[in-house]
Design a protein. Structure first.
Length: 468
């Protein structure tokens, strides 16, 4: 090879080397760029990875929380289930107690539809639970009076309790009719069920009182029979003492007269007691008559006061009679009305110390008026008998109209007394459509109110009269 060729070859080689070096540099630069890019991507990936890690951590916390919440919810549900079954158990227990109670019992909702009936009620009424459940109580449990007349819905104790939200009992005896149409006398107590201040239904408890009625009747018949027998001797004694005192057997010394007078007044007490017992038995056997006639009420009251004047004077009591409606005429059974007023005035005299005051007021009181704490549901003629006497102790006031009741303070001061007067008075007014009530403060005095509706006393058929 010549020198020229050698030079050319080495130039070529140098050129090629240069090109190669350039290429290498380009490749190196590219590699640098790629490395940078790679680093950037790596960093980006690292950030994303960190974010993901954080997210994963958060998710793990959320998952844990969810798991916890789940556990709490599961526990709460379990607790609720336990509580629920406890409540259910308690409810079932209460229902079982109600259902197995010895008296008849049924419950209604606020519309009067039966929601529960117990076994005793089913047995007493001769009806199965499925025959009455969900039905209106008066349609499936029939009630009548003694004569078989159906009791109107508004007079049924359950209706009254639903209407008034008050516990209701029954005064006259009504009868429940069994499925087989036989009936039995019933004592009833209805209690409203109140939730959030509202009546949501009633519970009626009732029992068959056939046996009590039979015993009561036998007792009254016995008293009636015994009283008749007891009446004969004192009637004879009365006649004889009156003859003696009348001077038919000659003159007596002052002392003898005093003794005979004592015999006469003790004997009179015996007659009064026997008469009271007879009246009670006639009331309880439902055997007394109420016969009404148009009468001047004030005139009758005045004549009673005139009859009692000597006793009033003897005790030096002041008597005030106030007649606001002098000419009021009312349909009355005079004998019964006299028993009422006579008892009230006699009590005022007996239970007031010497020198006290008795006030008798006769007046018409209108429907809606309040008198002695009592709101009148109809217009009435009212006789108000007030005294400034011993009064009735507060703790004993609820028993005043019960048979044989005598307050402790009255017993201490007056040993004689039957405790039958006010019982008879209340029975007369109850049976004739009237009312009696009172207010009293011990050692201050009492006020008794006897009211007869302006429409008059209610008539009543019976076999016997009451004795005044
Ligand atoms: P009695 O007078 O025969 O005891 P009542 O039935 O008439 O029977 O009266 C019952 C009781 O009521 C009396 O015993 C007395 O305790 C009380 N009472 C009645 N009226 C009055 C009155 N005006 N003042 C005080 N207590 C009275």
């Amino acid at each position: 090879m010549n020198q020229k060729n050698i030079i050319s070859a080495s130039n070529n080689a140098a050129l090629k080397l240069k090109v190669l070096a350039k290429e290498k540099e380009r490749v190196r630069r590219k590699l640098v760029v790629t490395a940078k890019e790679k680093e950037r991507v790596r960093r980006k990936l690292a950030v994303a990875a960190e974010k993901l890690r954080l997210k994963a951590k958060q998710l793990a916390v959320t998952a844990k929380n969810l798991e916890n919440a789940n556990i709490v919810a599961r526990n709460a549900l379990e607790d609720l289930g336990i509580e629920n079954s406890k409540v259910e158990m308690a409810r079932a227990k209460e229902e079982a107690i109600l259902v197995s109670i010895g008296d008849g019992l049924f419950a209604t909702d606020k519309r009067g539809n039966i929601t529960l009936i117990n076994k005793t009620a089913e047995k007493l009424l001769g009806k199965k639970s499925k025959e009455v459940m969900g039905k209106f109580f008066s349609e499936v449990i029939l009630m009548e009076d003694e004569k078989g007349v159906p009791i109107p819905l508004k007079k049924r104790p359950s209706s009254m309790a639903l209407a008034t939200s008050a516990t209701t009992t029954m005064d006259p005896t009504y009868y429940y009719v069994r499925k087989d149409k036989t009936k039995f006398p019933v004592a009833i107590m209805v209690t409203p069920v109140i939730l959030g201040g509202k009546v949501i239904g009633v519970i009626e408890v009732f029992r068959d009182i056939t046996r009590e009625k039979e015993i009561d009747k036998a007792k009254s018949e016995f008293i009636s029979l015994a009283s008749h027998q007891l009446k004969t001797p004192p009637t004879a004694i009365k006649l004889l003492t009156e003859r003696l005192l009348g001077g038919k057997m000659g003159e007596f010394t002052k002392k003898q007269k005093e003794y005979i007078d004592d015999i006469r007044s003790s004997n009179q007490r015996m007659i009064d007691l026997v008469n009271a017992l007879l009246n009670v038995s006639r009331i309880e056997l439902g055997a007394f008559t109420i016969r009404v006639n148009e009468k001047n009420v004030c005139a009758i009251v005045q004549s009673i006061l005139d009859e009692l004047k000597s006793v009033i004077d003897k005790k030096q009591l002041k008597l005030k009679m106030i007649s606001r409606d002098m000419n009021a005429m009312l349909m009355l059974d005079e004998t019964l009305f006299r028993i009422v007023i006579n008892n009230l005035v006699t009590n005022a005299i007996r239970y007031t110390a010497k020198g006290g005051e008795i006030r008798v007021e006769c007046k018409v009181a209108n429907k809606g008026q309040t008198l002695g704490g009592n709101l009148l549901k109809e217009s009435c003629f009212v006789v108000v008998v007030s005294d400034t006497g011993y009064g009735i102790p507060r703790g004993e006031q609820s028993k005043v109209f019960t048979k044989f009741f005598r307050a402790d303070n009255a017993r201490e001061k007056l040993t004689d007394g039957t405790g039958l007067g006010l019982y008879i008075v209340k029975s007369i007014l109850d049976h004739s459509g009237g009312l009696i009530w009172f207010t009293s403060r011990e050692n201050k005095g009492s006020v008794f109110y006897a009211a007869i509706p302006m429409t008059g006393m209610r008539m009543k058929a019976g076999e016997k009269e009451l004795m005044s």
